[in-house]
Design a protein around this ligand. Structure first.
Ligand SMILES: Cc1ncc(C[n+]2csc(CCOP(=O)(O)OP(=O)(O)O)c2C)c(N)n1
Ligand code: SF4
Ligand SMILES: [Mg+2]
Length: 287
């Protein structure tokens, strides 16, 4: 069994004090321990943003790729080694802006990935510009008063409508439930999303710890039925005095890999690497 000490990342954490990312990282470590699989069977993939730095802070195999491109990279890693548990750490700017078409198509394809959206309603790393998940009226350097003139994207509703087969919302201030959702998402076979409410202490003055603590309630404590797609969609539009957190929707459908009829020897991990050929490819790219 992996210990929390073994999961300690080697890099110094650069997140601001009080950032919601700390709660997500702590929950991710607990989830990995609870999953109880050998560490080489887990891969973390991220794009660009404060949130996308999370894989640097946990001692697991990781791939920090380009802005918005975590899902296609994760899809490739999954298809060449379907035994891997591939987790995507993305932000609302990264995954719902630049990378949004990948999100919706991966949902449609039911790719066997667990996608954790660190949703702070802002582009934190680049200094607080409004993101696709920013609240209407959010004032920032790129949305001067009266603020962002459009409504925020709804990653839960879009994942359900798009075809995802596990769709949940967590809150970085509720460790216990967040760990459960993360474990379930990784164990689920198909496209699993956990939209994680995550205060950005430095830039977002509206979506704060207080805001969420006063509003977040548990869907499961209120007896929500996650097999009812229409009810899940209806619940996904509730965002006001009360904000539902927990599992919205779960279903069982064939995932992408099971529909591809891949030959048995197609797993790249089972092939010897032809180093001369690899060098040739690299040379061709450079020249
Ligand atoms: C192709 C490209 N476009 C834009 C950027 C600049 N950029 C870096 S991070 C980022 C926003 C990240 O926002 P989000 O995913 O919400 O992450 P957060 O910092 O809020 O966690 C942007 C626009 C980039 N690095 N690459
Ligand atoms: S800018 Fe916001 S999201 Fe980024 S580390 Fe600081 S508090 Fe966290
Ligand atoms: Mg963000």
């Amino acid at each position: 069994m992996i210990t929390v000490e073994e999961l300690e990342g080697k890099q110094a954490i650069t997140w601001c004090t009080g950032c919601g990312n700390f709660g997500i990282l702590a929950a991710l470590k607990k989830a990995v321990i609870e999953l109880d699989v050998p560490r080489h069977e887990i891969l973390l993939v991220s794009g660009i943003g404060c949130s996308s730095k999370a894989p640097h802070y946990i001692n697991l195999n990781m791939f920090h790729t380009l802005h918005g491109r975590a899902i296609p990279v994760a899809t490739g890693a999954h298809l060449v080694n379907p035994d891997l548990k591939v987790i995507v750490n993305t932000g609302d700017g990264d995954g719902l802006g630049e990378g949004f078409s990948h999100y919706i198509h991966a949902a449609r394809r039911n790719v066997n990935l667990a996608v954790f959206i660190h949703n702070n309603g802002v582009m934190g790393l680049t200094k607080g510009q409004f993101s696709p998940a920013a609240q209407r009226g959010y004032v920032s350097i790129t949305s001067p008063p009266p603020g962002a003139p459009m409504w925020p994207i709804n990653p839960v509703a879009l994942a359900i409508a798009g075809g995802a087969t596990y769709v949940a919302r967590g809150f970085s201030g509720n460790q216990k439930d967040l760990v459960t959702l993360m474990v379930e998402a990784v164990q689920h076979r198909g496209f699993a999303v956990v939209d994680i409410l995550q205060p950005c202490q430095t830039w977002n003055r509206k979506l704060t710890w207080k805001f969420y603590n006063e509003r977040a309630y548990s869907l499961q404590e209120e007896g929500h039925d996650p097999t009812n797609k229409m009810l899940a969609l209806e619940k996904s539009f509730e965002f006001g005095d009360r904000i539902p957190v927990g599992l919205f929707y779960r279903s069982k459908l064939p995932d992408l890999a099971s529909g591809l009829a891949l030959p048995k020897d197609s797993r790249l991990r089972d092939h010897e690497t032809d180093r001369a050929l690899l060098q040739q490819v690299v040379n061709d790219l450079i020249l």
